[in-house]
Design a protein around this ligand. Structure first.
Ligand SMILES: [Zn+2]
Length: 289
C-alpha cells in the first residue's frame, strides 16, 4: 500500500487547548502565515511529484479561496479540518454538525470540487463522542482520519485497529484511517507527524515507517504549514507544551524532502476508494460499540 502525505492546513495561532490561543473573532486581525507556508509545501510536493491530502480549516478557505483552488488545480485533494478548529469532545452534536457542514460548504465553494474527507482537530474523536461518526457521514463525508489509536493529549482510542476500517454508522459507511503508530517496548508510538516527526531523528522515523509498511499498513504522515516556518510568531505556553510545539522547526523541511523522495504516495481519497471496492479486509474491524 502506498503512503499518504497529509497536511492540516491552519495558521500559526491554531494551537489547541492553550490559554493564549485567540478566539475566532480575533483571527482576521492577526498576521497570517498560512499562505506562504502552504505554497512552500506545495513547491516541495511538486519537486517530489507527490499528491497530498490537505485537511483544511474552513476559515482558511474563506480567507484564501484562491490558494485552495490552486492547490486543487495542482492535483492535491482538499479535505476538511472543520471550520473553527474546535476539539470534538468540547462540542454538542449540533455544534459539531454546524462546524463540519460550514467547513464542507466553504471548501467546496473555494475549490469547485466535492470535499469527501474529514479530520478532527487534535484527532479528538474518542469513545465519549461515538455520535461524531454519524454526523460526519450525515454531512456528506465518505472518509475520516480523526482517530489516534493510542493514548493522546486531545483524544486517543488505544483499543482500536491500527489498520483502516469501515465504520458502520447509523447514517451509512465511513472509511476510517487511524493515524499511524509503530510498536515500541514502551507501547504504540507515533513517529510520523507534528512534534513527533520533528523530535525524532530521521533514521529512526524511516525505520519505524518500514515497520508500519511491513505490517501491511500505509504510513499516514501529517504536518502543519507552520512547522516549516521557524520564524513564525510564538504563543506563550507552559515549557513542555512550548517544547512540543516548537522543537526543531528549522530541520522539518529537509526531513520532509527525504520522506517524500523515499516512498510511493496516494491521496487518502484514492485509498478510500480502493478499500470501499475491495472485499472487507479481515483485519479491518468495525468500531466496537
Ligand atoms: Zn489542527
Amino acid at each position: 500500500m502506498p503512503d499518504v502525505f497529509t497536511i492540516d492546513v491552519e495558521d500559526w495561532f491554531h494551537i489547541l487547548e492553550t490559554k493564549e490561543t485567540p478566539d475566532l473573532p480575533a483571527w482576521d486581525a492577526l498576521p497570517s502565515r498560512v499562505e506562504g507556508n502552504l505554497r512552500a509545501l506545495l513547491e516541495l510536493l511538486d519537486t517530489c511529484n507527490v499528491k497530498a491530502t490537505l485537511f483544511t480549516l474552513g476559515w482558511v478557505a474563506q480567507r484564501f479561496p484562491r490558494l485552495m483552488r490552486e492547490a486543487a488545480d495542482r492535483g492535491h485533494e482538499v479535505a476538511s479540518h472543520g471550520y473553527a478548529h474546535q476539539v470534538v469532545h468540547g462540542l454538542s452534536p449540533a455544534q459539531f454538525r454546524d462546524d463540519i457542514c460550514r467547513a464542507k460548504a466553504t471548501l467546496e465553494d473555494a475549490t469547485g470540487r466535492p470535499v469527501r474527507g474529514y479530520r478532527a482537530p487534535g484527532f479528538s474523536i474518542t469513545r465519549e463522542t461515538p455520535w461524531a461518526f454519524d454526523e460526519i457521514v450525515a454531512a456528506g463525508y465518505t472518509f475520516d482520519s480523526s482517530v489516534f489509536p493510542a493514548p493522546h493529549g486531545h483524544g486517543g482510542m488505544p483499543d482500536v485497529s491500527r489498520h483502516p476500517w469501515v465504520v458502520r454508522s447509523a447514517a451509512g459507511p465511513l472509511v476510517e484511517f487511524p493515524i499511524s503508530v509503530a510498536g515500541t517496548p514502551l507501547g504504540p508510538q507515533c513517529f510520523f507527524g507534528g512534534g513527533y516527526l520533528r523530535l525524532f531523528p530521521l533514521r529512526l522515523v524511516m525505520r519505524m515507517a518500514e515497520q508500519v509498511r511491513k505490517d501491511g499498513r500505509s504510513v499516514i504522515w501529517y504536518i502543519h504549514p507552520r512547522e516549516i516556518d521557524p520564524d513564525h510568531p510564538r504563543l506563550r505556553m507552559p515549557p513542555q507544551r512550548r517544547f512540543r510545539s516548537y522543537v526543531n522547526l528549522r530541520g522539518t523541511a529537509a526531513k520532509l524532502k527525504a520522506i517524500l523522495a523515499s516512498g510511493s504516495f496516494a491521496t487518502m481519497g484514492e485509498l478510500a476508494d480502493r478499500i470501499s471496492a475491495a472485499a472487507p479486509d479481515p483485519r479491518a474491524i468495525p468500531l466496537p460499540s
